[in-house]
Design a protein around this ligand. Structure first.
Ligand code: ADP
Ligand code: NA
Length: 332
């Protein structure tokens, strides 16, 4: 049995958005406040699986760190790190590259989406991404990983890698980590197209609420969000065939820490012309203070760098012994 420990990460690839906040960051804050050790990571080594401008990357890593803190991650309560500063992540990933099978990686839907039609031309790192992700988690023997729904398949692969490692070496060394996918907004959709996930890489800025957006930008994007002409239903099943409507209700519920049914009990029967202003008020109240705090923190880049340096020292007290034991098991 393994002591409960939480790990999760976000890529510093710019445009931190409402989906990242509701699907991941807000959940990280919940876990931080339980009686469990939590480690949260800017995964810069994942970001470079597609080319990043070096000075932008450095800035994006700081901005992401500011986003974590502004959203409520306390670097005293949680261990806050930048992946490349804790070398054991990449060292364990190499071992996992030798445990995992190529076919496992080629089946991943995120790889297929990101590699596109010309998969032969994708970086080898993009293919091996889930192996590094497994290492990020298992180098801490983490038992729980809060993530959005899109990461479910990668978490299953993490369990497959742990299982195969334990089996190949006849040990019970790595835990079978549980994905934790909870809340009303585990998959936030684009505000412009209810069939697409809200994402950092969407060319349309109006498709997402960025965590750096000010009150005016947040309000404008919600007012322009795609909807349908019908009134809101009074139960969740009335949203099944209405992806845009459902998305806005999910966002409302998650921001207000309510279930979708609770929200619909209040707003059922209203038109979007009435509901959207309610969502604007709620979103501005919850999100604008975060963007203000991010901007304030970004004026002190040295402080951010210090927090990450200190975090990596704390992390290495965990990761160095686990890597040493792994090397022992493998015969290195
Ligand atoms: P992105 O997918 O925006 O590039 P990452 O891959 O770094 O971001 O994901 C960081 C976290 O945010 C993951 O836990 C992921 O599941 C979550 N996440 C990303 N997009 C969404 C979304 N649209 N809705 C809910 N959670 C999301
Ligand atoms: Na993602």
């Amino acid at each position: 049995t393994f002591t409960p420990r939480v790990f999760s990460g976000i890529q510093p690839s710019g445009n931190l958005h409402l989906g990242n906040y509701l699907g991941a960051l807000k959940r990280f804050v919940d876990w931080q406040d339980r009686d469990v050790e939590s480690i949260y990571c800017m995964v810069d080594l994942h970001a470079i699986t597609v080319w990043q401008d070096p000075s932008n990357l450095r800035q994006a890593t700081r901005e992401l760190c500011a986003g974590f803190i502004a959203a409520g991650i306390d670097p005293e309560k949680s261990i806050l790190i930048n992946q490349s500063q804790v070398p054991e992540h990449a060292q364990l990933a190499w071992i996992f590259n030798c445990v995992a099978r190529m076919g496992w990686m080629q089946r991943m839907t995120q790889f297929k989406d990101k590699a596109g039609k010309n998969a032969q031309n994708a970086s080898l790192g993009l293919l091996a991404y889930p192996s590094l992700m497994a290492a990020d988690i298992l180098i801490y023997h983490a038992t729980h990983v809060p993530v959005g729904e899109d990461q479910k398949q990668h978490l299953e692969l993490t369990r497959d890698i742990a299982t195969k490692f334990n089996h190949d070496y006849g040990v019970d060394f790595f835990p079978l980590t549980e994905p934790v996918i909870e809340g009303a907004a585990t998959r936030v959709m684009s505000l412009r197209d209810g069939s697409k996930k809200m994402s950092k890489s969407d060319a349309s800025d109006a498709s997402r609420i960025n965590m750096t957006d000010d009150a005016e930008a947040i309000a404008k994007k919600i007012r322009k969000a795609k909807t349908d002409p019908d009134a809101l239903p009074s139960e969740a099943k009335g949203l099944e065939e209405r992806p845009e409507a459902r998305n806005l209700v999910n966002i409302y519920a998650a921001l207000n820490e309510q279930s979708v049914d609770q929200v619909l009990a209040d707003v059922g029967g209203k038109q979007f012309s009435e509901f959207k202003p309610m969502l604007v008020d709620l979103a501005v109240a919850k999100l604008a203070p975060i963007s203000t705090e991010m901007a304030r923190l970004m004026q002190h880049p040295d402080e951010i760098d210090k927090i990450l340096t200190r975090g990596s020292e704390r992390a290495r007290a965990i990761t160095a012994p686990i890597l040493r034991q792994t090397y022992d098991i493998v015969g290195l």
